[in-house]
Design a protein. Structure first.
Length: 127
């Protein structure tokens, strides 16, 4: 499984990487500290096979936030079903409501996340 992690918090990225590694899921991981770098990386992919299967996305980031990232992802007309999990510190109900207005969003997790939360999401995608 190809996973893209887009979060401006390097500590969270480290923890998420360790949680994924401990879940025993066969994966490759690309990490980006902001949405603009992640979008540039997606644009450089030559084929759907190179694209991630799943994106773990923070909402509140500088430069390009999670909402802007989602809109740009939609406009890229990617020929692959990429699911997105929002992983955020936001407890705002409006953020949750807005997230689920995007069909790409499969889950909305509040940080800190657990190994079980992450494993369930990734295993569900794998099936």
């Amino acid at each position: 499984m190809k996973i893209m992690l887009v979060d401006d918090d390097p500590v969270f990225n480290f923890i998420a990487r360790k949680l994924i590694e401990s879940s025993k899921i066969d994966f490759s991981l690309e990490e980006y500290l902001d949405g603009s770098d992640a979008l540039e990386a997606l644009k450089k992919k030559d084929s759907p096979d190179q694209l991630p299967d799943h994106i773990l996305l923070d909402i509140n980031m500088p430069k390009v936030n999670g909402w802007q990232f989602l809109e740009a992802l939609r406009n890229m007309n990617i020929e692959k079903d990429i699911t997105v999990t929002i992983v955020t510190s936001s407890i705002d109900g409006e953020d949750r409501r807005k997230a689920f207005s995007y069909p790409e969003i499969d889950e909305f997790l509040i940080k800190p996340i657990s190994k079980n939360d992450l494993s369930e999401i990734l295993l569900k995608k794998k099936i």
